[in-house]
Design a protein around this ligand. Structure first.
Ligand code: SF4
Ligand code: SF4
Length: 190
């Protein structure tokens, strides 16, 4: 009889516990801020254009050659709206080949790319690998629509800039020093 009561007590105490599992995929665990998902491009909300100049340094360093980048003359430079002489025209990343190594983030001189630390673009199961190639609009969407707070480990300045790309600049804070677009040519000579 005592054994039965102990069993019932154990059952009842277990019933009262909070579940340790989640109703995936409806419920997701929060991901760490420093998590390395797949690379995404960042939008310069202050200048209303991409940070990316299309310099192709990331594509050259990508060990699996899954990036394609093209640049163009920035029409907003001629009209004085932007200091970026060149700007990205087309950008593709094949997530089916990307090995999430972070090298493209580390070599970018303009802090224009970051590893995704959200669940977006992470559950990519598909029978067609061609669907895993993302273009400029796809890669820019999260930052442009402020759905990501990117982590940038290259420097405190880069991390601050990444946050400002989402939340804007706090009042009274001095302007950040950005690399000039003309450095793209120097960087691409590496
Ligand atoms: S290295 Fe940076 S600026 Fe150059 S193409 Fe890649 S993401 Fe754009
Ligand atoms: S994370 Fe690595 S493999 Fe993926 S696009 Fe960047 S450099 Fe290429």
């Amino acid at each position: 009889m005592l054994g039965v009561l102990k069993g019932v007590a154990t059952t009842l105490s277990t019933m009262m516990r909070k579940p340790v599992t989640r109703q995936y995929p409806e419920e997701h665990r929060p991901v760490a801020h420093r998590r390395r998902g797949f690379p995404v491009l960042l939008w310069d909300h202050e200048k209303d254009e991409p940070f990316c100049t299309g310099c192709q340094v990331c594509a050259r360093y990508c060990p699996v050659e899954c990036m394609t980048v093209e640049m163009k003359d920035n029409p907003r430079f001629a009209s004085g709206q932007s200091k970026r002489r060149k700007i990205v025209d087309r950008f593709y990343i094949d997530y089916a080949r990307c090995m999430q190594c972070n090298i493209c983030v580390e070599v970018c001189n303009f802090d224009a790319i970051a590893m995704n630390n959200t669940w977006e673009y992470e559950e990519l199961s598909t029978p067609n690998r061609r669907e895993l190639t993302y273009d400029l609009d796809d890669l820019m969407a999260q930052s442009k629509e402020k759905r990501i707070i990117p982590f940038n480990a290259t420097s405190a300045l880069a991390e601050q800039k990444a946050r400002e790309a989402v939340f804007g600049k706090p009042e009274g804070q001095p302007a950040l020093e950005e690399p000039q677009p003309d450095e793209a040519a120097t960087a691409s000579d590496k």
